[in-house]
Ligand binder design. Structure first.
Ligand code: S3P
Length: 425
């Protein structure tokens, strides 16, 4: 995919539904009794993987362009799949579904694509095993494929070494089936969509500071869920609108849950002109429209408890930092190395190819911004967030930028290039 410099970006856009919330709507709807109706569902490959896993376990799911209808059969209504479950590229599917599968009365093999089969699963195998789960990494490397032999579980308190909503959610979902309460304490609060949505479905979930607790064996009932726009997808237009001169973009209906809004805080701190309009609660999630105007940005330091609230946005924040005056330092973000690609290495490699002064570190990167960048031939390494971040970098670079395997945006944002094109004037 070849991208060119843009003179200005202007217009209004609605980004697709939130990926984390779309996954959870399908999973929890499958475990609830009755029909769950989901609108503004993300039709990305990751969420389609979740749908396909639950269909293979006997759940009827109707997928139309307007809505998803999940005909849930209750907490104990899943049946043994005839085939292996394939989570594709999706870490959220793999880790969350493992917590559910650990407690069933059947055995499953869970696998995914080449990237998933390299991502660490020990982080869920450890706490789920403490609950009594029987999970074996088939290749003995603590990665998928996983053999999960369903069994009875006991509740635990787990002190998680990582601030990960995937780990937290996996343990809480296993806790739905356990004997006694289950709680998870994290070093910093990660996204809390599981806690919010499971409560709405009828589970007893409480949160205090960075600890979430769930009680077992609830009666979950079908719901209506309107998924807010994904702030992780909006992030590309936030960054693009700020760095490209003479731009003004209105991004409608974006989820701004405080466990997800780190990009807004950082962009404001860097000098970004962002107005948060029409704040409201929609389906239990804080939502707003975002008005973005071109700004002259300066560097900042990003570290500590804000990191989990912007972890998926760091590649595009790095692009903003490259065009900002001064130094941006990103710390405490070693998790980037175990995402869909090693995002510390790949962001550094690609920004360096464009002429940016960037130094990768063990837990982040140091970017000396403000130098003009030039277009280059870049590899997405099949990582959707890398492809979209560098499509944004291309908008202000001299010459052409060629992104390899750019169509990997299908994972989370199938219409990304069309939407970006619609703003270029
Ligand atoms: C997600 C949690 C985050 C995030 C991922 C989606 C979720 O991962 O990076 O894209 O939906 O729970 P970790 O929980 O591993 O940090």
């Amino acid at each position: 995919m070849i991208l060119q410099r843009a003179n200005k970006l202007q217009g209004e856009i609605t980004v697709p539904g939130d990926k984390s919330i779309s996954h959870r709507a399908v999973m929890f709807g499958s475990l609830a009794k009755g029909t769950t109706r989901v609108t503004h569902f993300l039709q990305g490959a990751d969420c389609l993987s979740t749908i396909s896993c639950f269909q293979k376990m006997g759940i009827e799911i109707e997928n139309t362009p307007e809505e998803i209808l999940i005909h849930g059969k209750g907490l104990y209504g899943l049946s043994a799949p005839a085939q292996v479950l394939d989570a594709g590229n999706s870490g959220t599917t793999t880790r969350l579904i493992s917590g559910i599968l650990a407690a069933q009365n059947f055995n499953v093999t869970l696998t995914g694509d080449a990237s998933i089969c390299k991502r660490p699963m020990k982080r869920i195998i450890t706490p789920l095993s403490m609950m009594g789960a029987k999970i074996t990494s088939k290749n003995g490397n603590d990665c998928a494929p996983l053999l999960i032999e369903g069994t009875a579980l006991n509740g635990i308190h787990y002190d998680s070494p990582v601030a990960s909503a995937q780990v937290k959610s996996s343990v809480l979902l296993a806790g739905l089936y356990a004997e006694g309460a289950t709680s998870v304490t994290e070093p910093f609060l990660s996204r809390n969509h599981t806690e919010l949505m499971l409560s709405a479905f009828g589970a007893t979930v409480t949160s205090e500071d960075t600890t979430a607790t769930i009680l077992p064996h609830p009666d979950l009932h079908g719901l209506e869920i309107n998924v807010p726009g994904d702030i992780s997808s909006a992030a590309y237009f936030i960054a693009a609108g700020l760095i490209v001169p003479n731009s003004e973009i209105l991004i409608k209906n974006v989820g701004i849950n405080p466990t997800r809004d780190g990009i807004l805080k950082v962009a404001l701190e860097m000098g970004g002109n962002i107005e948060i309009l029409n704040k409201r609660i929609d389906g239990g999630e804080l939502t707003a429209d975002l008005l973005i105007k071109s700004s002259s940005l300066h560097g900042t330091t990003i570290e500590g408890e804000i990191i989990p609230t912007l972890i998926d946005e760091i590649p595009v924040i790095a692009v903003m930092a490259a065009y900002a005056d001064g130094t941006t330092t990103i710390k405490d973000a070693a998790e980037l190395k175990v995402k869909e690609s090693d995002r510390i290495a790949i962001v550094s490699e690609n920004l360096a190819k464009m002429g940016c002064d960037i130094t990768p570190t063990d837990d982040g990167m140091i970017i000396k911004g403000g130098k003009p960048l030039r277009g280059a031939a870049l590899d997405s390494y099949l990582d959707h967030r890398i492809a979209m971040s560098f499509a944004v970098a291309a908008l202000l670079a001299d010459g052409e930028t060629d992104i390899k395997d750019a169509e990997c945006v299908n994972i989370s944002y199938p219409t990304f290039y069309r939407d970006l094109e619609s703003l270029i004037s």
